[in-house]
Design a protein around this ligand. Structure first.
Ligand code: NDP
Length: 314
């Protein structure tokens, strides 16, 4: 496993990490989720991603129980939470100081840890002044409840505003963004964030490297049984299938075949090739998927600039 600095910080994050969205609670019970986390950790993964919204808090409870059971040294792993969707009431949502504080305390309880390494604003909140959010995160940093704070799916303009507020009021700026980035979804990361990377060396923990599994090629002939697109509550994924560029997926899958690697591995290596990616967050509903995906790094030398261009132009 290789480790990269999280943006401008000194934190070394494994270039492949593991997240719990959809899978924990909905697809994986305690034993299966623990097997995945233990396997990942044994392979050198040091970052585990979560959010208050995942399975309405149950995903953090499950991860917390597993962390307790596995009893890893607290100085050997990085765990995150995200604040935005904490419940239905007006006070349980968004990025007000109150909700940020409540969400952080609740995540600490659910994950059974004394501090969060990374705490993300899961979306921008146009109804809360950015300065209030920056102050709230700065206060949590000072209280030792979080180590680094970040954004998720914020525009470059909103990230710039957060930096400007932080600088003006001598507060700690965000360190990392959590954006979607994969072969099918490139625009914001590569174009809109270009200036953000140059100006701030902003870190990124990218999500859905396989576009929820589409890039494995397993949806090329329809939605398979026991796949994410069949999970109750995620019907919206199946509803969006008509917009998927299957021609491109098939061409990219053929490149993987030619190289003698799995389509999932090529898709992950394509993400790792971008130096503005600090870590690629993997998702998996089985240890076997995690194994296949974590083995990607072995083939890094196969993915030359010519291959990257071929993928981008396919
Ligand atoms: P992926 O795009 O990699 O999708 C993962 C899913 O694809 C798996 O659960 C599995 O689904 C399928 N899959 C994975 N590997 C294989 C394989 N080798 N062969 C076949 N199928 C495979 O990542 P996620 O969408 O899960 O995102 C990763 C993480 O990013 C999340 O867990 C979360 O932590 C974070 N995230 C953050 C968001 C944000 O807004 N900040 C939004 C979304 C995710 P199945 O077996 O069920 O088909």
């Amino acid at each position: 496993m290789e480790y990269r600095n999280l943006g401008n910080s000194g934190l070394k994050v494994s270039e492949l990490s593991f997240g719990s969205w959809v899978t924990f609670v909905n697809q994986l019970g305690k034993k299966e989720a623990m097997d995945c986390m233990a396997y990942a950790y044994d392979q050198g993964v040091n970052f585990f991603d979560n959010a208050e919204a995942y399975a309405s808090g149950e995903s953090e409870i499950l991860m917390g129980d597993i962390l307790k059971k596995l009893n890893w040294g607290r100085d050997t792993y990085i765990v995150s939470s995200k604040v935005f969707w904490g419940g239905e009431l007006p006070t349980q949502r968004g990025l007000s100081k109150k909700h940020i504080n409540d969400a952080c305390n609740a995540a600490l309880n659910r994950l059974q840890v004394e501090y969060l390494d990374l705490f993300f604003c899961h979306r921008p909140d146009p109804e809360t002044p950015i300065i209030e959010t920056v102050y709230a995160m700065n206060d949590l940093l000072h209280q030792g409840k979080i180590m680094y704070w970040g954004t998720s799916e914020w525009s470059a303009d909103e990230i710039n505003q957060a930096f400007e507020c932080a600088e003006k009021h001598h507060l700690r700026p965000p360190v990392m963004e959590q954006p979607q980035y994969n072969i099918l979804h490139r625009e914001r990361f590569e174009k809109e964030y270009k200036e953000i990377f140059e100006k701030y060396n902003y870190g990124t923990t990218i999500w859905s490297p396989l576009a929820s599994g589409l890039l494995t090629g397993k949806y090329n002939d329809g939605i398979p049984k026991n796949s994410r697109f069949k999970v109750k509550g995620y019907e919206w994924l199946a509803d969006s299938i008509d917009d998927v560029n299957f021609d491109k997926i098939k061409k990219v899958n053929a490149i993987a075949d030619r190289l003698g690697i799995k389509p999932s591995q090529l898709a992950i290596l394509w993400c790792l090739n971008n130096k503005n990616v600090s870590t690629v967050i993997l998702g998996a509903s089985k240890v076997s998927q995690l194994k296949e995906n974590l083995e990607s790094s072995k083939y890094i030398d196969l993915v030359t600039d010519e291959i990257i261009n071929e993928i981008n132009n396919s």
